[in-house]
Ligand binder design. Structure first.
Ligand SMILES: *[C@@H]1O[C@H](CO)[C@@H](O)[C@H](O)[C@H]1NC(C)=O
Ligand SMILES: *[C@@H]1O[C@H](CO)[C@@H](O)[C@H](O)[C@H]1NC(C)=O
Ligand SMILES: *[C@@H]1O[C@H](CO)[C@@H](O)[C@H](O)[C@H]1NC(C)=O
Ligand SMILES: *[C@@H]1O[C@H](CO)[C@@H](O)[C@H](O)[C@H]1NC(C)=O
Ligand SMILES: [Mn+2]
Length: 600
């Protein structure tokens, strides 16, 4: 017995040692191979650096280091006080006098901002894996460009201070605040004096006339002297180690644009929190910014940069060289609007790529409302959209015009220069972008909205005098079955007309309120809830053969109790007649194409 145990232990020891060595050996081998591959890649593409002999590069260019500034992290962790560590903060009654006046001109709680330190600490809410991630030792230098128009004093300074304090000094060459003809007195000399005394890496340039966000960004880019341009909004806070994750992909290929994750600085309390854990940028065909889910391969590597079709707009890094090769922003774009699409389309179509870097996080104040008066320049956003559509979107431009026919009558101005850029850089067609980069966009935002799968009353087969009735009810209210109103000559009251839309939800006809089931139990109630683009609780499918209304991904069948007039879902049963429903008008062509329409 003892002998057997000893042999077994010996055996286990020998096998574990073998395993450990095999793994070690494999890892060393793999790492070397990886470095070798990357050496060639970087040697060939790094900006402004002549390709070196591969051996040299392995030692020099591919070395990765831990970029965390542990001194700064430690100092930040020790900070206490108002709004420190990104905790929600409030004004006392005594401090409330300025609240309204400052709120009105800023659209956020600027009076509170004045009570919070310029260099406050924010919480490290990065994915855990970011804490141990290393980045290339050799990274390019950076100019940070922050355009502003009448930004509040302390939010502007907090933006600049967070960048200076959380960037490696030798990478941050300068921060340029571009004052777009602000009228607040501190935007001029007091700002210059403050920067000269307290933030020497930061300087302001003052534009002589109101230029708009887009031209202010261009002015900042023209003044910048570093290898990388990073654009930020003027009410942001850079988080721990934000810079290396933005720079590394550009160091590896200069035709790359990288966006940080944008966190939320709450407009009322200045609490710092995550928006979510990432999504790919997109748009609908009215050009509202939208987001698409991460792809399965992105979800497997939560700390790695992932490809994104379009940027959110205000916050991104791009190599100076690539930015100007693309002609910068189109200078014909006025004030704001459409510039994020212009640059994103251009980047992808003209041989570049765009990523979001999960380990780089920057907080942003999403205002409660926009405090700026209309600049009185007509539909400048529409004109910008038309310019972008005309130059970059080819036959897809028509889908914008279908929804906004008046764009066809707006004068987009002179497009010669933009078309020349597209020609000179041999940029790919928009169709290529749609099919390869934004390939899943049409499922969620179809260029042409499909019709309905079906419409009309939903009549039970076991109790053919009863129909589904939403009873003019509202959100969170349970609905039932009731006598079909179409049978009655004396006009019974009821609300019995439903549409099964291409979103694969079942709506009360003419309203955006949907049949919803959130209870997973047997005989779960059907309630009403504002439609939210189907999936899960609001997913319904009509099975023409079985006459079933199937609910959810793990489907249950719509069913009723004719005696009690109850409506519910329960597990499907081939023999149940109460689960069969006649849907008044069904488009059989569309139902047959179910899988190819809308979400999967
Ligand atoms: C520099 O910062 C300190 C502390 O915030 C402030 O009191 C001082 O006025 C600043 N200097 C200038 C010239 O604005
Ligand atoms: C449009 O711009 C190009 C150069 O950018 C210029 O040569 C041309 O004359 C302009 N056309 C009109 C109609 O102004
Ligand atoms: C439901 O609406 C459709 C389309 O407007 C109409 O044709 C149909 O008669 C309506 N059905 C009921 C039961 O009201
Ligand atoms: C059914 O859908 C198809 C495809 O969307 C459409 O062309 C057709 O007009 C629809 N039929 C009816 C009766 O609405
Ligand atoms: Mn903003």
């Amino acid at each position: 017995m003892r002998r057997n145990l000893k042999t077994l232990l010996k055996y286990i020891l020998i096998s574990s040692v073998t395993v450990v060595f095999t793994v070690l050996f494999y890892r060393i081998f793999k790492t070397r191979e990886y470095l070798k591959d990357n050496a060639v890649f970087i040697g060939a593409q790094n900006i402004g650096i002549e390709p070196l002999a591969p051996q040299e590069i392995i030692l020099v260019d591919n070395e990765k280091i831990d970029w965390h500034d542990y001194g700064q992290i430690k100092r930040d962790l020790k900070r206490t006080g108002r709004g420190e560590q990104g905790k929600p903060e409030y004004l006392s009654d005594k401090e409330n006098q300025e609240y309204d006046a400052l709120y009105k001109v800023n659209g956020f709680n600027a009076a509170l901002s004045d009570k919070i330190a310029i260099d406050r600490a924010v919480p490290d809410i990065r994915h855990k894996g970011c804490q141990t991630k290393k980045y290339l030792k050799n990274l390019p230098t950076v100019s940070v460009i922050v355009p502003f128009h009448n930004e509040h004093w302390t939010t502007l300074l907090r933006t600049a201070a967070s960048v200076v304090n959380r960037s490696p000094p030798h990478l941050l060459k300068e921060v340029i605040l571009v004052d777009d003809f602000s009228s607040k007195p501190f935007s001029k000399k007091p700002l210059d004096d403050y920067l000269a005394a307290n933030l020497t890496k930061v300087r302001a340039i003052h534009l002589p006339e109101r230029s708009g966000l887009i031209r202010a960004r261009i002015a900042g880019a023209k003044a910048a002297t570093a290898e990388i341009l990073i654009f930020l909004d003027s009410h942001t806070e850079a988080n721990i180690n934000w810079l290396p994750p933005l720079l590394e992909p550009i160091a590896q290929d200069y035709k790359t644009c990288v966006c940080p994750f944008i966190d939320v600085i709450q407009y009322e309390t200045f609490e710092y929190r995550a928006q979510d854990e990432g999504a790919r940028g997109a748009f609908d065909w009215e050009f509202f910014y939208k987001r698409l889910p991460l792809l399965p391969e992105d979800l497997q590597h939560p700390t790695e940069p992932f490809k994104s079709p379009v940027m959110a707009g205000g916050l991104f890094a791009i190599s100076t060289k690539f930015f100007w090769e693309l002609g910068g922003y189109d200078e014909g774009l006025d004030i704001w609007g459409g510039e994020q699409y212009e640059l994103s389309f251009k980047i992808w179509q003209c041989g570049g790529q765009m990523y979001d870097a999960p380990c780089s996080r920057v907080g942003h104040i999403y205002r409660k409302y926009a405090p700026f008066p209309n600049p009185g320049k007509g539909d400048f956003v529409g004109r910008n959209y038309r310019r972008v559509a005309e130059v970059w979107m080819d036959e897809y431009a028509q889908y914008l015009y279908m929804r906004r026919p008046h764009y066809k009558n707006l004068d987009p101005g002179n497009l010669t220069k933009q078309r020349e850029i597209r020609e000179r850089l041999q940029c790919k067609p928009f169709k290529w972008f749609m099919e390869n980069i934004a390939f899943d966009l049409p499922l969620k935002y179809p260029p042409v909205e499909p019709g309905d799968f079906g419409v009309g009353e939903i009549r039970n087969l076991a109790a053919p005098e009863l129909c589904v009735d939403s009873g003019f009810k509202d959100r969170d209210q349970v609905i039932a079955v009731a006598p079909c109103i179409s049978d009655s000559k004396n006009k019974l009251k009821g609300e019995q007309n439903f549409t099964l839309t291409w979103h694969k939800d079942l709506r009360v006809k003419g309203k955006s309120i949907c049949l919803d089931v959130s209870d997973p139990n047997d005989k779960a109630d059907v309630t009403l809830y504002p439609c939210h683009g189907s999936k899960g609780n609001q997913y319904w499918k009509y099975d023409v053969e079985k006459q079933w209304f199937l609910h959810g991904g793990n489907p249950r069948c719509l069913d009723c109790d004719p005696g009690q007039k109850r409506l519910f879902v329960r597990s499907c049963d081939e023999n149940s007649k109460t689960q069969k429903w006649r849907f008044e008008n069904v488009n059989l062509t569309m139902i047959a194409d179910w899988e190819n329409i809308g979400i999967k």
